[in-house]
Unconditional design. Structure first.
Length: 191
């Protein structure tokens, strides 16, 4: 059985080196014919709008609302959510870059943490582009800034009047404050 699996993996690796589709569900905006990626004209409009709107400053929620109004759905016929938008915005296929075997996910049935692999296959301009390079770069820059800001904001310390002075009677642990802002941007509220 192991030799059959190895032969199967070797065949998939050979297809990948040719820039061929290796299975699964193709990304939104593409369909597969004869093992090659082709642009789905209807879906590609949604993909371009997702990138352009995010690059222009729209939030995931605003993009999702626009997609719903235009009745765009994912490959499985369901509305796109925040995770889907995030994955679309990170997918290098939209700029023509074919990648296969980029991350090591499992090794001998154990989680390996998604480290980069040595035998990754990357072929530039193998897939038809849907997104312009300039738009891609603006989106990636904004995503990097948002990740940086979210990291720093979550670590930001706020001074509370009685922080560290109040203690739990049973466990002797110190109380601290938590602040939030609601969807309308009102806040911060202290709990």
């Amino acid at each position: 059985m192991l030799t059959t699996r190895i032969k199967s993996m070797d065949k998939i690796a050979e297809l990948a080196k040719q820039g061929k589709f290796c299975g699964g569900t193709p990304p939104l905006g593409y369909y597969i014919q004869d093992g090659n990626y082709h642009i789905d004209e209807h879906e590609s409009i949604a993909v371009r709008h997702i990138f352009e709107r995010y690059a222009a400053g729209d939030s995931y929620a605003e993009i999702i609302d626009w997609l719903a109004k235009k009745q765009y759905v994912g490959k499985r016929g369901k509305p796109l959510g925040k995770n889907s938008i995030y994955e679309i915005l990170r997918n290098e296929r939209y700029i023509g870059r074919y990648t296969w075997n980029k991350r090591q996910v499992k090794y001998m049935t154990k989680w390996a943490g998604g480290k980069l692999r040595d035998d990754v296959v990357v072929i530039e301009d193998r897939i038809p582009r849907i997104v312009h390079q300039n738009t891609w770069e603006r989106v990636q820059q904004r995503m990097a800034e948002n990740t940086h800001n979210a990291h720093h904001q979550s670590r930001r310390q706020r001074d509370s009047l009685l922080s560290g002075l109040l203690r739990c009677e049973n466990y002797k642990g110190a109380f601290g404050g938590v602040t939030t802002t609601n969807k309308q941007g009102q806040g911060p509220k202290v709990y």
